[in-house]
Design a protein around this ligand. Structure first.
Ligand code: ADP
Ligand code: MG
Length: 583
């Protein structure tokens, strides 16, 4: 129960509703107890009339009254049972809502490294399936728990008062029922987890084969995929059958044990009636009703135990993520205006998960308004530099300074909102093109959006689509080509009009002519903006005030175009080749 303590704050928040719910539960149960004793009274009345203790008309009068009372109590009990669900189950929904928001807020605060470490499926599972298990504890478990407790507290003493030895016999099978249900619930849970795991394997498999349908067809893999799916299906059938087999035990077992209780009541009760130990056959009828009323609560005890264990396990997994501290913390409250000077001082950066040292003792300075190009082969550390500027990661040693202040001492929101980043793998949301660009500035007018799209040389492509800027991208819409995506992504950054531009190889999928046009536009746009252009193509560096050439996380060349013309080695060749290619 240690992990479930996390929920106490929510119980506190909703305590009034919960207490009302519990009171209603008790009231609903008390009304339901009226029926058995009046059934007993009715039978007694019939017996009395038969023995001429009371007259026929008196008996009719009494029976009529009893029926009205039973009806009234049943209606009231139904009404309160309804209200009970309305309050307690509603509270569980509120708590589910709060908990989901809490987890999601926390997810958003966690840094990139966390997302690299954990699978998306796992993140999704904890916020949906696990929270659902926890809700079963805060809602149904509490409701049925209270229900069961009230039933026990009311019915069992009542039975012992009315006929002590009969009560003892009638109750014997019930604890056995409880233990059996608990055992079965555990097995059911184990097997249904297996079924669920299987379902997620199956959906991953099918999803992948739908997404990769082009490859499957091109390589005529259909028979192979079919065979694999068939194997999976057989496995799925087996796990489902395993589950069905235990499930099939559940109700028969319950009915068997109720039956045994009933037989005890009728046999022992009948003997005691004959011996004159109990006054009326009505008692026997009453006891049969009590036993049936107790069956469900008794079964629930077993079920509850397994629900609480499951909720505990789920809450543990949720807490694991909630306890995860964001690696990148914003420690500065007040906003810090950014001009755009950037300095790396002896920066070394190692990725935790792979232990790859991506940057080694890197130092350079970029003045506000300058354009610097970073050139180098893939894996030389170019993207990592940009990630450090935006403080997506913190350096392992050394310092990244913006406007002379270490980035850790800047307000994180100020820093990030003064940066317009175009990442290497341009990510667009399944939304309209207009909204995708609008991410750069929520309040932009459509004119501003078309202006930046023109600057990013993507306006004409967009106009070519039937729905123009309202074209939906992604799974349910159009798929843009790599170069179009990059340009939409550039337009988004331009719309933001930030102090610092980070372009990460964002022209790699664009032909050289368009690249030239975009670069010319960027030159104008980025006049007074600090601009970091990353590329493996020298042509992208044409407007740069300075070029930094990287290899294995180290600067191997640095200087203006003129200076680099005089350099030695591989990059000189590459540089000259690419320049001449262009001319
Ligand atoms: P570039 O952008 O120049 O291609 P990167 O900065 O992306 O290079 O990568 C530099 C090195 O760091 C590479 O060896 C790469 O494998 C590694 N690396 C990049 N991103 C990660 C990451 N998220 N986790 C672990 N290692 C990474
Ligand atoms: Mg890169």
């Amino acid at each position: 129960m240690k992990e479930l303590k996390h929920l106490n704050k929510y119980f506190k928040k909703y305590w009034v509703k919960l207490v009302i719910g519990i009171l209603i539960t008790v009231i609903a149960r008390v009304f339901s107890l009226v029926m058995p004793s009046y059934v007993s009274k009715s039978i007694k009345t019939a017996e009395d009339a038969f023995a001429n203790i009371i007259s026929g008309s008196e008996a009719k009068q009494l029976l009529f009254e009893y029926i009205l009372i039973i009806l009234g109590a049943a209606l009231l009990s139904a009404l309160f049972t309804f209200l009970m669900r309305q309050t307690i189950i509603n509270v569980s929904r509120y708590i589910e809502f709060d908990l989901k928001n809490e987890v999601f807020d926390h997810y958003q605060r966690l840094s990139l490294a966390f997302y690299k470490k954990n699978r998306i499926g796992d993140l999704m599972n904890r916020i949906s399936e696990d929270i659902n298990q926890v809700r079963m504890y805060v809602g149904p478990a509490i409701m049925y728990g209270m229900n069961t407790l009230t039933m026990f507290v009311c019915i069992i003493p009542l039975m012992f008062i009315k006929a002590p030895s009969l009560a003892a016999y009638a109750l014997i099978p019930l604890p056995i029922l409880s233990v059996l249900i608990y055992q079965i619930s555990k097995i059911i849970h184990k097997r249904s987890t297996k079924v669920q795991e299987f379902l997620s394997t199956l959906s991953t498999f099918t999803q992948e084969s739908f997404s990769g349908v082009a490859v499957i067809k091109a390589y005529t893999l259909e028979p192979k995929i079919n065979r694999e799916l068939e194997d999976l299906a057989v496995e799925g059938k087996d796990t489902s059958m395993d589950l069905a087999k235990v499930n099939a035990w559940f109700f028969p077992l319950m009915i068997l044990l109720i039956g045994i209780s009933n037989i005890f009541v009728i046999y022992i009760g009948g003997k005691q009636y004959i011996d004159g130990e109990i006054a009326s056959i009505g008692i026997i009828a009453e006891f049969i009703l009590y036993v049936n009323m107790l069956t469900w609560p008794v079964a629930i005890v077993g079920w509850l135990t397994s629900i609480i264990q499951r909720a505990e396990a789920s809450q543990k997994r949720i807490n694991e993520f909630l306890r995860e501290e964001p690696a990148i913390k914003n420690e500065i409250v007040e906003a810090t205006p950014i001009t755009g000077n950037i300095e790396f001082k002896d920066v070394t950066f190692t990725y935790d998960d792979t232990n790859i040292t991506a940057l080694k003792n890197l130092s350079f300075t970029i003045n506000a308004g300058e354009t610097v190009a970073f050139l180098g082969k893939t894996g030389s550390g170019k993207s990592t530099i940009l990630d450090l500027v935006a403080r997506l990661y913190d350096v392992t040693s050394g310092q990244v300074l913006v406007d002379g202040t270490p980035v850790q001492k800047l307000n994180l929101d100020s820093l990030r909102s003064s940066i317009g980043a175009v990442p290497q793998d341009a990510f667009l949301f399944s939304d309209t093109i207009e909204n995708n660009i609008r991410f750069g500035n929520e309040n932009a007018s459509i004119e501003e959006i078309t202006t930046v799209a023109k600057k990013a040389v993507v306006h004409e492509n967009i106009e070519g689509f039937a729905k123009k800027y309202d074209t939906v991208l992604g799974e349910r819409g159009i798929t843009l080509s790599g170069g179009q995506k990059q340009r939409v992504s550039i337009a988004r950054a331009l719309l933001k009009n930030p102090r610092i531009y980070l372009f990460d190889d964002c022209l790699s999928a664009v032909d050289t002519e368009t690249e030239e046009e975009i670069l010319n536009n960027l030159k104008r746009v980025s006049e007074n903006r600090t601009t970091l252009i990353v590329s493996h193509r020298v042509s992208s560096a044409k407007n740069a005030d300075k070029i930094i050439v990287l290899e294995n996380g180290e600067i191997i060349q640095e200087g203006t175009h003129e200076q680099l013309n005089n350099m030695e080695g591989y990059y000189k060749e590459l540089y000259l080749n690419q320049l001449s290619e262009k001319e």
